[in-house]
Structures are given as structure tokens and as C-alpha cells.
Unconditional design. Sequence first.
Length: 169
Amino acid sequence: MTTRVIKAKSKPKAKRSWREKLSDAKDCPKIAKIEGSCLKRWGTGTFVIPAPLEVDAAMKQVRRGELTTIDAIRKSLAKKHGTTIACPITTGIFAWIAAHAADEAETEGRKRITPYWRTLKTGGEVNPKYPGGIKNLRARLAAEGHRVITKGKRYFVADFAQAVVEPRF
């Protein structure tokens, strides 16, 4: 006779909210020397991996009618931390998390949220991965006096450079 051991199923982890993800600093900010394969892309010096809430704070500074870009946020974060650059990958990811956290808060009835639609990609491109996609972003930007134009399959804010501000810490 063989004995079967039956393991109890563990409860699946509860999915973390976007605001919980935004608040998880993961020991950031971290400053490191640029080394290895990054030298070719970024050059010499140091870089900062910002905390998600730092990126959110930068995005919150952009007022109605103004715009910023991930590059402008990176430049501001590098100045704040005294580094050559801020990591482009994590800064972009944290902006995306901040956008979803703002959408989550708005869905729950909050009126004052991070104005994620004002944060553009390089060259003034609208980020289609932000909540609501292009349709939502285009409507919000138009309501603030910006014109979104199409170039192929991508969307850009016309004359965006005139409205870009660099967040300050």
C-alpha cells in the first residue's frame, strides 16, 4: 500500500494595486558607475535609478498647458542626484506605473491625480501604453489646448517643445 501526500493549495497572492507598486521604492534611489555594455550607450560617469515616487513627483509638477518628456524628467533626476544621467529604462517604467496609479485613483473618485497625459516620450510622442490609450490621451491633451498629430502609426503633440518644462526638485 502506498501513501499519497496531498499538499494543501496555497492561496494565490493578492494582486498589488498600482499605488502599492508606486510606493515600493525597492531600495531606490540607487547610484552606480556606468560600466560594461552601458558605456557604449550612455558614456562615462554615473547614473541614478530613481525611486518610483520621485518620477511621480516630477510628473505632478507639470501644470495645465505645460508638457514634459521622459528625457526632461531624467535630466532633472540626474541633477537632483548629482549623476551624469538617470536610467532611461526605469524612469520610463516608473512613469508608466505612476500613470496607472493615477488612473486607479481617478477610477475610485479622486479628483487630483498625477497628470500623466502631460508626460511625453522622446520627440513629443504620446505614450500609447498610458491608461485609456491614444483616444483618452488625445482628448485630455486637446482639453488643455494641445494638438495631437499622426505620423504613420504614431501620435505626437504638435509644437510640443514650446510647452516642455523640466521638473525641479
